[in-house]
Write a protein that binds this ligand. Sequence first.
Ligand SMILES: NC(=O)c1ccc[n+]([C@@H]2O[C@H](COP(=O)([O-])OP(=O)(O)OC[C@H]3O[C@@H](n4cnc5c(N)ncnc54)[C@H](O)[C@@H]3O)[C@@H](O)[C@H]2O)c1
Length: 252
Amino acid sequence: MEGIGGLGIAITGGAGDIGAAMGAELARQGARVTLLDRKPEAEAAPWLERAGAHGPVAYAQVDVRDRAAVDAALGAIEPLDVVIANAGIVQSAPFLEITAAQWRDHLDVNLSGAFNTGQAAARLMVARGRPGRILFTGSWVQEVPWPEIAAYSATKAGIRMLARTMARELAPHKILVNVVAPGIVDAGLARHQRETEPQYARRIAGVIPLGELQSAEQVARATAFLCSDAADYMTGATLLVDGGCSLFQFGE
Ligand SMILES: NC(=O)c1ccc[n+]([C@@H]2O[C@H](COP(=O)([O-])OP(=O)(O)OC[C@H]3O[C@@H](n4cnc5c(N)ncnc54)[C@H](O)[C@@H]3O)[C@@H](O)[C@H]2O)c1
C-alpha cells in the first residue's frame, strides 16, 4: 500500500461526529472516501458537509445490521483499500436495570454490525486479490469497567477480540486489522451522555489525566495513522488514544 492518497476508504457511522471527522481527515490526505450510515441522506447532510470540507466524499445509506445491504454497499466501492467499522450506539443504564432490548440493540449494532462490516470487507479484499486494512472503532472502555454501560463495554471488548482473531486469520492474505480506541470525546455519543446524564457529566470530571476532552479530529488523526504506511507492520493491535483515561483513577 502506498500513501493514503488515492486509497478507497469506507467508513460506517460516517454521518456521525467521529466518522465525519475521519472522513474529512482522510479526504484531506487524498483518500477517496465513502461514508455509510443508517441516516437518510437529508438527515446526514450536516455531517456530509463537515466530512467534505477538504474534498468530495460519497454517501450511501446502509444499516450495518443488514448484511445484504453492507455487502452491496461495500461491493459497489472500487477500489476498496480500507474499511472502518465505526457505527455505534450507547444507552446508559445501571447493570440491574439493563433491559433485554437494550442488551440486544448494543450487540446488534456494535458487535454484529462490526462483524458484518469486517467480514464483508475481508471477503471482498480476498475475492478481488487486493488486500487492504480493516479498522474498528473500539473504546478505552473495552478494557475498563466504566459504570452503567455494561452492554456497550461488552460489545467493545468483543470487537477487540474480533479484530485480533481476524488479524490472525487474515494475515496470510496480507490484510491488516486494527482497533482505534478513543477516550472521552467532546462529540457524538459521549457529548450526548454529557448533555443528558448529570451523573455521567459528574463522573468524567477529573478522570482525564491530560485534563481535557478529546476532539473528534484527534481520533481521526490516529485513525489516519492506522491507514498509513507508518502502520504497515501493525495488525491485531489496539491504538489506545485516550488521554490517559485508562491509567486508572484513584481520586487523589
Ligand atoms: N464519543 C465518544 O466519546 C466515543 C468514545 C469512544 C468510542 N466511540 C465510538 O466512536 C464511534 C462513533 O461514535 P460517535 O461518538 O461519533 O457517535 P455518533 O452518534 O455521532 O455517530 C455514530 C453513528 O453511527 C450511526 N449508526 C448507528 N447505528 C447504525 C446502524 N445500525 N447502521 C449504520 N449506522 C449506524 C449513527 O447514525 C451515527 O451517525 C462509535 O463506535 C463509538 O462507540 C465514541
